[in-house]
Design a protein around this ligand. Structure first.
Ligand code: AMP
Length: 231
């Protein structure tokens, strides 16, 4: 994080939820909000992939579900999320990326936050066209060193094979970022996660942004929401 550029206007801990199908740009925007506001991105997908790589019991149980594009059980996801939320770097606030994904997870999150005297600042729905998501997800890859995101068609490094951000030369692709699995992930999103939009609307914390616009324009819109809900 670049300390000098960090926006220091937050007066209370922010709990932001980014909602949207795979490819909506949740991860990209969460990373930008981390840098701007000193918040911490909590991606249950990243936490689960780390558990798979480490070969933990939770990782072993999650692996095949993730490869098929299904949803990992609430029990496993909640345990992983709870552990991560307990770490001290989260006190300024968190951006939940890919969580909650089911009504059960949303209710468990409400209970977890209430225990800590916290509440959801905003649940931001990133609205996108499903049809465009398959192309977005199928071509994406990240720097193996710093995690910066790239895309075969939409965002190549300025110097081929060299990360713009850290100069790393190794890149990786997610095993589930292929056209077949993306279809299953979109189905899971519409069946289990999209209903959360109404859940948060009822609670008065829902915001929507157009996720089909330019990355910087969306970041500016999200930044304005964060400033507003944490003032
Ligand atoms: P993501 O990185 O958010 O696209 O998540 C990748 C995969 O991890 C998903 O397709 C699910 O299999 C699993 N996953 C991530 N977050 C959750 C969650 N909150 N609930 C259930 N499964 C999840």
């Amino acid at each position: 994080m670049t300390g000098a550029a960090m926006n220091d206007t937050l007066t209370k801990a922010a709990v932001l939820i980014l909602l949207g199908p795979p490819g909506a740009g949740k991860g990209t925007q969460a990373r930008m909000l981390e840098e701007t506001f000193g918040l911490v991105q909590l991606s249950t997908g990243d936490l689960l992939r780390a558990a798979v790589a480490a070969g933990t019991e939770a990782g072993l149980a999650a692996k095949s579900v993730m490869e098929a594009g299904g949803l990992v059980s609430d029990e496993i996801v909640l345990a992983i999320l709870k552990d991560r939320m307990a770490e001290p770097d989260t006190t300024r606030g968190v951006i939940l990326d890919g969580f909650p994904r089911t009504p059960g997870q949303a209710e468990a999150l409400d209970a977890l936050l209430a225990e800590q005297g916290l509440a959801i600042s905003a649940a931001i729905s990133m609205e996108v066209d499903d049809a465009a998501m398959v192309a977005r997800v199928s071509g994406r890859y990240t720097c193996a060193q710093c995690g910066e995101g790239y895309h075969d068609s939409f965002k190549q490094p300025a110097v081929a094979g060299c990360c713009d951000k850290c100069g790393g030369t190794a890149f990786k692709r997610r095993a589930d970022d292929n056209a077949e699995t993306v279809g299953a992930r979109l189905t899971a999103y519409h069946a289990s996660t999209a209903p959360l939009i109404a859940y948060y609307e009822t609670r008065g914390v829902l915001r929507t942004v157009d996720g089909m616009g330019a990355i910087d324009a969306i970041a500016a819109e999200l930044g304005a929401i964060v400033e507003q809900v944490t003032a």
